[in-house]
Design a protein. Structure first.
Length: 110
């Protein structure tokens, strides 16, 4: 397998790519939507909402947490997950900047 060229891109570009990749699976999008709906929950609650096995849900949660999209706090034997608002703010700012540039451009390209 080849070497990645991430060092040729800015830190912001690499961070946004990690976030986009983490959201690149429908199960992870569903988990994010569920966390938004309930504001916080434990892994078992998520398993009950999705048509996936517990180990699969745990792997998706791990990917979202590694990307910084969610946070988890240990509560007894369970982990309570919630949306990481700081990371979402970065993502939001990125898309707002794109939207502003497109509004200014008002191009008929393509």
């Amino acid at each position: 397998m080849g070497v990645t060229k991430t060092e040729h891109f800015t830190e912001e570009q690499n961070e946004l790519a990690i976030l986009a990749k983490a959201l690149g699976h429908p199960a992870r999008v569903a988990i994010m939507e569920y966390l938004l709906k309930v504001e916080a929950c434990i892994c078992g609650d998520i398993v009950n909402e999705l048509p996936l096995a517990q180990p699969t849900v745990s792997q998706h949660l791990k990917e979202l947490k590694n990307a910084g999209l969610i946070k988890g706090n240990i509560e007894g034997n369970a982990i309570c997950y919630c949306i990481n608002e700081n990371t979402i703010a970065k993502f939001k700012a990125y898309f707002e900047a794109i939207s502003l540039k497109l509004d200014k451009k008002k191009s008929t390209c393509c």
